[in-house]
Design a protein around this ligand. Structure first.
Ligand code: AMP
Length: 542
């Protein structure tokens, strides 16, 4: 017998309908690409998203078409997303930090039909457009007055393009499992892989993200999504924000410490989310200027492991709660968040920081387990680490085009490629990427743990641990270190600092100092490149 409740497809444009009706006057503030701060509302965004949809429809774009966006976080980008989804097309966020050849590859793989582009990225688009034959229209996210000179064909200014409507459009309707958005994974190895979100998965993920023990969002919040919309859906904030009617502050293209501080302060932001590098820049700015954060209540930090020092400073010096989070493009992206269950709620000081070093537990809607290489489930003892596998309604079940299918099994488990352990309270801690883990004499050494420990040294700006070939042990750890400006720690200083804090056999065999550590387009340490850089390195112990 079926239930007798209404069929109400979970479609993304219902999020913006709800925002316009219930929170219509709530503001969306953007640092525009042209320069000034501009203010709009959910009601206005809703009106303009309908115009985007009408124009796309009139230009012949519709169900299933991939429409690229090469843009920063602004209100216009949000409108474009909802307009695209509202005709059944698929927003496809491009990461401008990738190499141009990678962007060309991705656009050709996705066969993007049109592109919304920020002024900042016009030179990039001009460089690559000739190699992408599928694009029929270029919509520049600005007005006629700011339009650049360009030789590209079929280019229009967004504002004038939007003006040519009769405002009689209503959203298209379709099945909730229809594709809504697309994002390619960073692809540190092999070709990038396309993740295809559905309307249903986006709506469910928005609900999951907003829950109290996840990001804990409410209509009273002012949210600053520093994490770009092109980095895994801005961690769901482009959907959760309208869903709960939070005020949004969009940072545009300025992500340095001073610019982020300015928005946090003048717009009285209560909640924000970004990768550790962004927070390091902000904390450095605060230390230099002596400024405080009187309005900011909590920050979500993820994308890579959050160093203990960041959590300690936010909480100790600025009274801002840190929520360490882990996720992946394939998971829409939230997987786990480190909020405090009752058993941990009373912890203070170092004991609390110890828990917050973990990536946390999954909200309802994400299941996880750790297994050995034979797919045998490992105990939740907080020690035994293995392959982290996940499943849920906002987790990918395949990649676009069917590549990479070996990562998905028949029971729906997706092998994340991360290595982790889970403690008896259900808190997961990432110890490595499977391909980065150092295998010494058959045992595994966690590079993340070595790195977290090394960056706790007051003179270390950044550290990366990699495995170097060793004739006796197979591999041994080399610690690659960037010194803080003006500081000169030696190999011995760093090793003495680490000694006793990890197992003896985990200690790096050597320390190499470099000026810079390479990063991927989403801000992660690029271990493949680093390993190549050190491929001829001989350890003194070998
Ligand atoms: P992406 O899909 O680009 O967001 O990358 C996802 C990957 O980033 C994960 O599989 C992890 O390896 C890494 N990652 C994300 N968040 C964290 C975190 N809090 N700690 C450690 N690694 C993380």
């Amino acid at each position: 017998m079926l239930g007798l409740m209404q069929e109400w497809p979970l479609l993304c444009h219902k999020l913006i309908d709800h925002a316009a009706r219930q929170h219509g006057e709530r503001e969306i503030v953007s640092r525009s690409i042209e320069g000034p701060i501009v203010r709009t509302t959910y009601a206005e965004i809703h009106r303009r998203a309908l115009r985007v949809a009408e124009r796309l429809d009139r230009d012949g774009f519709g169900l299933g078409d991939r429409i690229a966006t090469l843009a920063w976080n602004t209100a216009r980008h949000i409108e474009a997303w909802y307009g695209i989804m509202g005709v059944g097309a698929i927003y496809h966020t491009l990461n401008p930090r990738l190499f141009p050849e990678q962007i060309v590859w991705i656009m050709n793989n996705a066969e993007d039909k049109a592109i919304f582009v920020d002024l900042t990225f016009m030179p990039l688009l001009e460089k690559i457009a000739g190699a992408v034959k599928s694009v029929r229209k270029v919509i520049v996210l600005t007005d006629e007055a700011h339009m650049p000179q360009t030789a590209l064909p079929n280019v229009v200014a967004y504002e004038e393009w939007l003006d040519e409507v009769d405002c009689a459009f209503t959203w298209k309707t379709f099945d909730e499992n229809t594709a809504a958005g697309m994002c390619y994974t960073s692809g540190t190895t092999g070709d990038p892989k396309g993740v295809l979100y559905s309307h249903r998965s986006n709506v469910l993920h928005a609900m999951i993200a907003a829950m109290p023990d996840a990001m804990g969002l409410s209509s009273r919040d002012t949210i600053l999504p520093v994490v770009p919309m092109f980095h895994a859906n801005a961690w769901g904030l482009g959907q959760s924000g309208p869903m709960i009617g939070a005020r949004l502050v969009m940072p545009g293209c300025k992500m340095d410490g001073a610019s982020i501080y300015e928005l946090l302060d003048t717009e009285k932001v209560t909640f924000s989310a970004a990768v550790p590098t962004v927070w390091l820049m902000l904390l450095q700015y605060l230390e230099e200027t002596g400024k405080k954060l009187p309005y900011l209540n909590r920050v979500v930090i993820g994308g890579s492991s959050c160093p203990r020092a960041i959590t300690a400073k936010f909480q100790g010096n600025y009274d801002v709660e840190v929520i360490h989070a882990w996720g992946m493009t394939e998971m829409s992206p939230l997987g786990t968040l480190c909020t405090m269950k009752p058993g941990y709620a009373g912890l203070e000081g170092d004991a609390r920081l110890d828990v917050q070093g973990k990536q946390g537990f999954p909200p309802f809607g994400v299941e996880m387990k750790v297994t050995d290489d034979d797919d045998k489930e490992l105990p939740w003892d907080g020690k035994t680490f293995g392959r982290l596998k996940v499943r849920g309604p906002a987790v990918a079940r395949a990649y676009y085009g069917g590549i990479g299918s070996e990562q998905f099994d028949e029971e729906g488990w997706f092998d994340t490629g991360d290595v982790a352990h889970i403690d008896p309270s259900g808190y997961m801690q990432i110890t490595d990427r499977a391909k980065d883990v150092i295998k010494s004499g058959g045992e595994w050494i966690s590079t993340i743990e070595l790195e977290n420990l090394a960056v706790a040294h007051p003179d270390v700006a950044e550290a990366a641990a990699i495995g170097i070939r060793h004739s006796k042990w197979g591999e041994r750890p080399l610690l690659v270190v960037v010194r803080k400006p003006g500081r000169e720690p030696t190999r011995a200083d760093i090793l003495t600092f680490m000694d006793g804090k990890v197992a003896k056999w985990w200690m790096p065999d050597d320390v190499a100092f470099v000026g810079e550590i390479p990063h991927t387009a989403t801000g992660k340490i690029q271990k493949t490149l680093l390993r190549r850089q050190f491929s001829d390195y001989r350890l003194p112990t070998d």
